[in-house]
Ligand binder design. Structure first.
Ligand SMILES: [Zn+2]
Length: 87
């Protein structure tokens, strides 16, 4: 599949970008480098992924759904207890 969570420029794994007011869990995940926070202002041409290697950002062909699925599939912390924070 083209244009997914992998950087179209260098092939590195992309980091999903979360928009909106970040809940506590999202802040923790961003600190750990699991996600990027895109801010509260959302427009139609915002990218869904950012490359952790070359900083290229791009839109997913499936829209935000795949990036969101990647965000929620990732652990929020070492223990998993943080999963309930802010949920
Ligand atoms: Zn890249």
């Amino acid at each position: 599949m083209a244009n997914t969570g992998r950087c179209p420029e260098c092939g590195h794994d992309g980091t999903p970008i979360l928009y909106g007011l970040p809940i506590t869990k999202a802040r923790v995940m961003a600190m750990l480098g699991h996600i990027r926070l895109g801010g509260c202002v959302v427009s139609a041409d915002d990218p869904h992924w950012e490359c952790g290697n070359c900083r290229h950002s791009w839109q997913d062909s499936a829209g935000a759904a795949r990036a969101l699925a990647a965000i929620f599939a990732r652990p929020a912390g070492e223990s998993g207890a943080a999963r309930r924070i802010g949920g």
